[in-house]
Write a protein that binds this ligand. Structure first.
Ligand code: SIN
Length: 519
């Protein structure tokens, strides 16, 4: 029997932060990742940076910026907590303890960059590969802890609860609690039960249920789907943030063109050479909140009938573009775009899920012993639209908090209760499904979400999405019940559920707000 004090699903910045503080309290911690490479996570692909402190900055200025970007739909207590505690935790953990090599200026001070809707330059960065630097250094750091057990290649399938799974009939009537997860070992094909006194979901975002996204392929909303099936509250699911600038190229998908390029002077232009953002927001122009910029690009694409717009870098006079943005420079060069000279073709794409599993200030969900952090959680910090570079901060702050919080609250799972949980039941005569059927169903979900529940929604489109997804969900549930279980099937089942939750929330909210826009 695999039994730990704390079980964390997901190994991005949120998951590693929770593992660290729980381990520092002496707890036995297990981190499960479905990936072979632990660093593979949404966090790894964050380019711009993480919010720290700027000149003439203060928690109240940061709080105001977060709430303005969030269209006043934020949970004020959560914003206040993150704005007052977050920057100091960046210093204590990322700079001093883990030693992330954030860029510095000639005088040795931390270099701060600018992104949309920030009133001061307060974002620290490692060139344009901040997520990669934080994630890899953090991972090296936690590997030193003997009480952190890192297990890759395991896809969590469902949360084990007493009420849902125990063979002791009485448990159905008791207060529910999370006891662990069933997870598929991707190497052996065996489904194993992992038990823990506290289960923390840190599974990242949902971008890959949309046709175009900046997220890695694993971003399928796994945690949200598992929490939903276990009966946890999911909120704000209509707020999916679309990043305005993803590289538009036949051969490169999912590649972000960081907003910090615009922070350093790059400008959006349509194919006629018109810097169109001044027509949409004459004050902030290219640094208007993301939802506005994404919709402006969408409209320009609609009006002009082109598939993309350009990001013009010719105004970035004071910046050595190749030196400051080496990751973007190199990737674009691979396909013959020299960003020091050429305008970059870009389109908006699904980027960040502002909704998720409802949690309190300590990451507690509505189910005892179940916690959620990072993009899978909805803390209320982002409201209806996230301010750039706040997500890594949120992942760090809530991760560290939850890791500490659980150590004082652990209620051991009784051995008899664990024994009452049956082993995984494999279907009789398991079918080996044609992978084409599975990939085609995923594509249908992605197209439905992109076309009917994307940047510009209408009630008709959402209705259509609801009926198409509902039809498909029956078929997928049948696959799941009869097929040999695989990561693809687990993810497909999660994707259809989360797609349905997003579409229903979007349909239920008739008012355009933040990144939820109804025409
Ligand atoms: C970017 O670099 O544009 C993304 C930053 C973020 O989403 O916070």
């Amino acid at each position: 029997m695999r039994y730990f004090d704390v079980l964390i699903i997901g190994s991005g910045v949120a998951g590693l932060s929770a593992a660290l503080t729980a381990a520092e309290q002496g707890l036995e911690v297990c981190v499960l990742s479905k990936e072979e490479r632990f660093e593979e996570s949404n966090s790894y692909y964050a380019q711009g940076g993480i919010v720290y402190k700027g000149e003439n900055d203060s928690p109240s200025v940061l709080e105001k910026d977060i709430i303005t970007a969030g269209d006043n739909a934020n949970y004020v207590a959560a914003v206040r907590m993150i704005a007052s505690e977050g920057p100091d935790l960046v210093k204590e953990y990322l700079i001093d303890k883990i030693g992330i090599p954030f860029c510095r200026d000639d005088s040795g001070d931390l270099d701060r960059t600018q992104e949309a809707a920030h009133s001061v330059r307060r974002i620290v960065h490692v060139k344009d590969e901040t997520g990669k630097a934080i994630e890899t250094h953090f991972f090296e750091y936690v590997k030193r802890f003997r009480n952190i057990h890192l297990i890759g290649h395991h896809s969590a399938i469902d949360i084990i609860t007493n009420c849902h799974h125990s063979s002791d009939f009485q448990e159905k009537y008791r207060e529910p609690r999370a006891l662990g997860v069933y997870a598929l070992d991707g190497i052996s094909g065996e489904v194993k039960a992992f038990f823990a006194n506290a289960v923390i979901l840190a599974t990242g975002g949902v971008g890959n249920i949309f046709l175009h996204t900046s997220n890695p392929v694993g971003a399928m909303g796994d945690g949200v789907a598992m929490a939903y099936r276990a009966g946890a509250n999911i909120i704000n699911a209509e707020y999916v943030q679309f990043h305005p600038t993803i590289l538009y190229h036949r051969d490169i998908k999912r590649f972000l063109i960081s907003e910090s390029l615009r922070g350093e002077g790059a400008k959006l232009m349509n194919r006629k050479g018109d810097y169109f953002m001044r027509r949409y927001n004459s004050d902030l122009k290219d640094l208007a909140p993301r939802d506005e910029v994404a919709r402006a690009i969408y409209r320009e694409i609609e009006i002009e009938g082109d598939g993309f717009v350009f990001l013009d870098t010719s105004n970035m006079n004071d910046v050595d573009i190749a030196e400051r943005f080496p990751g973007i420079y190199a990737r674009c060069m691979e396909v013959g775009i020299d960003i020091t000279k050429d305008a970059i073709p870009v389109v908006p794409a699904a980027h960040y899920f502002c909704g998720g599993i409802k949690v309190d200030l300590n990451g507690r969900t509505s189910i005892p012993s179940l916690y959620a952090i990072g993009e899978s959680a909805c803390t209320g910090v982002h409201g209806a639209n996230r301010l750039a570079s706040v997500s890594l901060l949120e992942a760090l702050v809530y991760g560290l908090r939850v890791g500490r919080y659980v150590s004082g609250k652990l209620k051991p799972v009784k051995k008899s209760l664990m024994r009452s949980i049956p082993s995984w039941i494999y279907p009789d005569d398991e079918e080996e499904f044609d992978p084409l059927l599975i990939s085609n169903d995923l594509l249908t979900i992605q197209m439905t979400m992109w076309n009917y529940a994307g940047i510009i929604r209408t009630r008709r489109r959402l209705l259509r999405a609801m009926s198409d997804l509902s039809y498909l969900s029956h078929r997928i549930e049948r696959f799941y019940k009869t097929a040999r279980i695989s990561r693809d099937i687990i993810e497909l089942r999660n994707a259809i559920l989360v797609g349905g939750v997003i579409v229903k929330s979007a349909f239920g909210n008739k008012k355009s707000i933040g990144c939820h826009f109804i025409r």
